[in-house]
Design a binder for this molecule. Structure first.
Ligand SMILES: NC(=O)c1ccc[n+]([C@@H]2O[C@H](COP(=O)([O-])OP(=O)(O)OC[C@H]3O[C@@H](n4cnc5c(N)ncnc54)[C@H](OP(=O)(O)O)[C@@H]3O)[C@@H](O)[C@H]2O)c1
Length: 273
C-alpha cells in the first residue's frame, strides 16, 4: 500500500513538471541528414540510424558510387534514402550561399530534417614550415564554416519545428594539436566552440552536441608506422571501431535529452595521454 502511495505521488510530481515528462527523440519516421555519408564513419552512422527507423539524406561530394550503394542498403532496411550531392569549395566565394543552395536541394527531396550530423571534413598533414594560407582557408571552411552554416540553415528550421538535434564530428586533437596537423586540430577546436555557441543560439528546442573520436579509421594513405603510433598514443592501445562512433551518435539522439553544448569523447583515452 505504502509503495502504491509513493508511486502515485511520483506520478503527480511528474505531471506537475511537464519538463520531466519530455520524451527523448525516437528516430522512427525522422529524417537525418549526414554530410560526407558515403564512406567510412558517415556510412556506419547512416546504417545505424536507418536501422533505428530514420530516413537518411546521404550527402556526398565525389563518392557517387559509394553513395548509391549505401542508398540501396538503407532502403533494404525499410526506410528512405535521399542522395544529395554538393562539393563545398573554399576557393569559391560565398560558402553560406553554397550551403543554402545545398539546403534547397535537400528540401526538394524531403519536407523536414530533424537531425543534422556534420560529419564531412578534410584531413591531411601540414608540416609547420609549409603551412600556407590556402591550407588555413581549406580547413577553416570545410571543417568549421560549412558545419556552422549548415547548422544555421537547418537549425533555424528545427527551432520552428520545436524539435531537433545537431551533432558535430570533432576530434580529441582539437584539445592538443599534433605538430603536423595544426590547422586541422584548430578547426576541430573551433567546432567544439561552435557547438557551444549553437547550443545557446538554438535552445531550448534544439540540442547541439559534438563527438570527439580518437583513432577509428586510419587516414587514407597512412603508413603502418603512423597507424601503430596512433594506437600506441591512446590509453587503450588500439583503434576504436566505426560502431563506437555510430553508437555514440545514436545515444546522443535517442537516449539523452538533457545534454546540449557538450562534447562526448570516444577516444580510447587518447586525450589523456
Ligand atoms: N577517421 C577517424 O579515425 C577520425 C578520428 C577523429 C575524428 N574524425 C572525424 O570524424 C568525421 C568522419 O571521419 P572520416 O575519417 O570518416 O572522414 P573522411 O573520410 O575524411 O571524410 C568524410 C567525407 O567528407 C566529404 N568531404 C570532404 N571534403 C568535402 C567538401 N569539400 N565538400 C563536401 N564534402 C566533402 C567526403 O565526401 P566524398 O567522399 O563524397 O567526396 C568524405 O568522404 C570527420 O569529421 C573527421 O574529422 C575521424
Amino acid at each position: 500500500m505504502a509503495s502504491m502511495v509513493r508511486w502515485v505521488e511520483q506520478g503527480l510530481t511528474l505531471l506537475a513538471d511537464p519538463g520531466m515528462m519530455r520524451p527523448t527523440m525516437n528516430l522512427r519516421g525522422k529524417t537525418v541528414l549526414i554530410t560526407g555519408a558515403a564512406k567510412r564513419l558517415g556510412r556506419e552512422i547512416a546504417l545505424t540510424l536507418a536501422g533505428r527507423g530514420a530516413d537518411i539524406v546521404v550527402h556526398y561530394s565525389r563518392s557517387f558510387k559509394e553513395a548509391e550503394t549505401l542508398g540501396k542498403e538503407i532502403r533494404c532496411l525499410g526506410v528512405q534514402a535521399h542522395l544529395v550531392q554538393a562539393d563545398f569549395n573554399p576557393m569559391r566565394a560565398g560558402i553560406s550561399k553554397q550551403v543554402r543552395d545545398f539546403a534547397k536541394k535537400v528540401f526538394r527531396k524531403t519536407s523536414s530534417v530533424e537531425v543534422l550530423i556534420n560529419n564531412a571534413a578534410i584531413f591531411y598533414p601540414t608540416p609547420f614550415e609549409t603551412i600556407s594560407e590556402k591550407d588555413w582557408d581549406a580547413f577553416m571552411t570545410i571543417n568549421l564554416k560549412v558545419p556552422f552554416f549548415l547548422a544555421q540553415v537547418f537549425g533555424l528550421r528545427m527551432q520552428n519545428q520545436k524539435e531537433g538535434k545537431i551533432i558535430n564530428l570533432a576530434d580529441w586533437t582539437g584539445e592538443r594539436p599534433p605538430l603536423r596537423f595544426i590547422p586541422y586540430a584548430v578547426s576541430k577546436a573551433g567546432l567544439v566552440s561552435v557547438t557551444k555557441g549553437l547550443a545557446k543560439a538554438l535552445a531550448p528546442h534544439v540540442q547541439v552536441l559534438s563527438i570527439a573520436p580518437g583513432p577509428i579509421l586510419p587516414a587514407e594513405g597512412a603508413t603502418m608506422k603512423e597507424q601503430k603510433l596512433a594506437a600506441e598514443k591512446s590509453l587503450l592501445k588500439r583503434y576504436g571501431n566505426t560502431k563506437d562512433i555510430a553508437n555514440a551518435v545514436r545515444f546522443l539522439i535517442e537516449d539523452s535529452d538533457f545534454m546540449t553544448g557538450s562534447t562526448l569523447y570516444v577516444d580510447g583515452g587518447a586525450s589523456l595521454v
